[in-house]
Ligand binder design. Structure first.
Ligand SMILES: [Cu+2]
Length: 69
């Protein structure tokens, strides 16, 4: 199991947080996703054999947010 913290730009309310959390949790291999509105960060626990950090970030982008480096 791996854990990564990715930046999420564009979060403005609890709905955004739930949206991003749901999108991340829907990815195969994601075990836990915790998104912080104040910090603009998503902490994700995942199986690196199933999903990559890049795919996590792409899912955030596909949901309409940004994931800056
Ligand atoms: Cu919102």
């Amino acid at each position: 199991m791996a854990e990564v913290t990715i930046k999420v730009a564009g979060l403005s309310c609890g709905g955004c947080v739930r949206n991003v959390t749901g999108v991340l949790m829907a990815l195969p291999g994601v075990v836990e996703a915790s998104v912080s509105l104040d910090d603009g960060l998503a902490r994700v626990a995942f199986d690196p054999g199933v999903v990559t950090t890049e795919q996590l970030r792409q899912a955030v982008i596909d949901a309409g947010f940004d994931s800056p480096d």
